[in-house]
Design a protein around this ligand. Structure first.
Ligand code: UD1
Length: 419
């Protein structure tokens, strides 16, 4: 596996562009299962998770072409409504094919997902909700075996007690071709769900309440070809901003989805980083000391759990004490032991990390454990004196489009050693 070497304490300067969103691209690719013609997606980022999704859709019999940021997905004819363990084990989002397969093909056999090691991450809520639309579901040999009732899934009132992003997406997709009306309350409101809903509208779906916690979907008989441009990745944008904050410097980040980043901008500004926000870009200036700021992760529009590890990296050099509360995933703190190797002072108290800022981090070897944790280690290494080595960069490549190249172009001394 590749590793990344960083010589820290180089200021970042210049311009960088945010790529398309991973968490929007994944459900968007799954929507192609619903259409009776090709779906074209523009602004496709280059990520291992999307390659995995493409392989999965190809395995099912779909025709997928991806080149130069454009994807064409034709799943109008499907020979195998199945997601095997070998393809699903690395990526929990594979569960997103379940709703579309059931509603369009009446059956699905999908391996229970793997993905980041950040907690139990079950899909029980997806399954329970599909059952309320008439699905008959059995678990056997690590697989979900699901069938739609005679005549297909039917509309239902689904309430999610726990806010679930992919659960909301799965059910929204299933409802587009179900008989009658589905109402989803307690729906997640993440911008990637809105992006997916917009593509479904372009395919002929009837969805209202988009962007709210109550989605109303009236099933239609068929969905057709469409084209859609994937929204920019708000987590990549946030990660790049924190990179500048840690390294110091002045960088124009282009193509930022500013309206979706309010909670992140608020906390980064409170930490003393200057953000000049324009229509679709942000100028980040970081010179002075970093202030310690408390953060609690929440479903959108709150502070995203996907930015928690990166923000913690920033707080390691804060001037006081910061408390970071993780309320979404119980076990999303694996980066703490690795950040400590750089000299960070972090203790865990239940679901809260207490970070006492230190005046200096010093480079060390570290091991990436999950996607966002690996980004946080790279960011911390940018601030550390001396050399850091980050192993298992595979996790980074799952969800960041050439992050090391982008940082290098801004002046970071960062090299990738190919396995
Ligand atoms: C999505 C994102 C991920 C982000 C997360 C939270 C994608 C592809 N991934 O993951 O990057 O970190 O939202 O914003 O969009 N839960 C259950 N049962 C279920 C489903 C969820 O107990 O059936 C729990 C989870 O364990 C977790 C919480 O609900 O504690 C939220 O998880 P969820 O929103 O479903 O996360 P994902 O959709 O997997």
């Amino acid at each position: 596996m590749d590793k990344i070497i960083i010589e820290g304490q180089r200021r970042l300067n210049g311009e960088v562009r945010v790529s398309g969103s991973k968490n929007a691209a994944l459900p968007l690719m799954a929507t192609a299962i619903l259409a009776n013609g090709p779906l074209t997606l523009h602004n496709m980022p280059n990520l291992i998770d999307l390659t995995t999704m493409a392989r999965l859709l190809t395995y099912m019999g779909g025709q997928i072409e991806i080149a130069g940021g454009r994807a064409e997905l034709n799943l109008s004819v499907l020979s195998r409504p199945e997601a095997p363990y070998e393809l699903v084990k690395t990526m929990r989002a594979s569960a997103l094919v379940l709703g579309p397969l059931l509603t369009r093909h009446g059956r699905a056999r999908v391996s229970l997902p793997g993905g980041c090691a950040i907690g139990a991450r079950p899909i029980d809520l997806h399954l329970k909700a599909l059952e309320s639309m008439g699905a008959i579901i059995n678990l056997s040999g690590g697989y979900v075996l699901a069938r739609a009732p005679v005549g297909g899934l039917y509309g239902a009132h689904i309430h999610f007690d726990t806010v679930t992003v992919t659960g909301t997406e799965n059910l929204m997709m299933a409802a587009t071709l179900a008989r009658g009306r589905t109402i989803i309350t307690g729906a997640a409101r993440e911008p990637e769900i809105t992006d997916t809903a917009l593509a479904l509208l372009a395919m002929g779906a009837k969805i209202s309440g988009i962007g709210t916690d109550e989605l109303i979907i009236d099933g239609v008989d068929t969905l057709h070809s469409a084209a859609h441009t994937i929204m920019p990745d708000r987590i990549e944008a946030g990660t790049l901003i924190v990179a500048v904050a840690l390294a110091g410097g002045k960088v124009l980040i282009q193509g930022t989805p500013n309206a979706t980043l309010k909670a992140v901008y608020e906390k980064i500004s409170e930490a003393g980083v200057e953000l000049a926000i324009n229509e679709s870009n942000v100028m980040v200036t970081a010179n002075g000391p970093i202030k310690s700021v408390d953060v609690t992760t929440r479903p959108y529009p709150g502070f995203p759990t996907d930015m928690q590890a990166q923000f913690m990296a920033l707080m390691t050099i804060g001037h006081d004490v910061s408390i970071i509360n993780e309320t979404i995933f119980e076990n999303r703190f694996m980066h703490i032991s690795e950040l400590s190797r750089l000299g960070a002072d972090i203790t865990l108290e239940g679901h809260a990390a207490v970070i006492k800022g230190v005046s200096r981090l010093s480079g060390a070897p570290m091991m990436a454990t999950d996607l966002r944790a690996s980004a946080s280690l790279i960011l911390a290494a940018l601030a550390a004196g001396g050399k850091s080595e980050i192993l298992r960069v595979y996790h980074l490549d799952r969800g960041y489009d050439r992050l090391d190249e982008k940082l290098s172009a801004l002046g970071a001394r960062i090299t990738r050693i190919k396995a």
